[in-house]
Design a protein around this ligand. Structure first.
Ligand SMILES: [Zn+2]
Length: 180
């Protein structure tokens, strides 16, 4: 994608980006130096890339279906959750569960791993809907899935860490604005 930079004296603080006809247009204050602006553009490009990856993964749409079938198999279908989505900003942690809101996010890295590993992570996050902490009760639930121990070893070898349960999740603000 081509980048076009438009500097303006009127613009005081923020850098903004917009995609128009397959061009990335950057609106920047006049005072900002090239190096700093370059860094900001790089960040914006990365965010766009992650967004595109997420869109492609979500398009496949099998995450929700898989979660429902695991819910039926290991939890008698009694778990309720509002959404399960790929996330592209957790590359170390394999997932997260906001159990109060019933929102589950799975790291995009799992999309490239074997199905039995991905299924373990989904079961893990589903189990958090019943038990927020990594307590013995939690592991009893997670171990209903037969490959739990094996999958944990696999993920550890990949350098992935266990999730943290999130009670409240702070939503990041819009991707397109960045303060220099
Ligand atoms: Zn966990």
């Amino acid at each position: 994608m081509k980048t076009e930079i438009r500097r303006s004296k009127k613009r005081k603080k923020t850098v903004q980006a917009k995609i128009v006809a397959n061009r990335l247009i950057i609106f920047a204050p006049e005072w900002i130096d090239d190096k700093r602006l370059g860094e900001i553009i790089e960040k914006i490009r990365k965010k766009l890339k992650r967004r595109e990856l997420k869109r492609r993964l979500d398009e496949k749409g099998n995450l929700e279906k898989t979660a429902q079938s695991l819910n039926r198999r290991y939890f008698s279908g009694r778990l309720k959750f509002n959404s399960i989505e790929w996330s592209t900003n957790q590359s170390k942690r394999f997932g997260s569960c906001q159990y109060r809101e019933g929102k589950i996010r799975i790291s995009h890295r799992l999309a490239q791993m074997p199905e039995w590993v991905r299924d373990y992570v989904i079961v893990h996050e589903l189990a958090h809907l019943l038990e927020p902490n990594h307590s013995p009760r939690f592991w009893k639930l997670a171990n209903r899935y037969p490959y739990t121990e094996r999958a944990r070893g696999f993920l550890m070898a990949k350098g992935m860490e266990e999730d943290e349960t999130l009670r409240h999740h702070k939503q990041k603000k819009g991707w397109a604005t960045s303060k220099p």
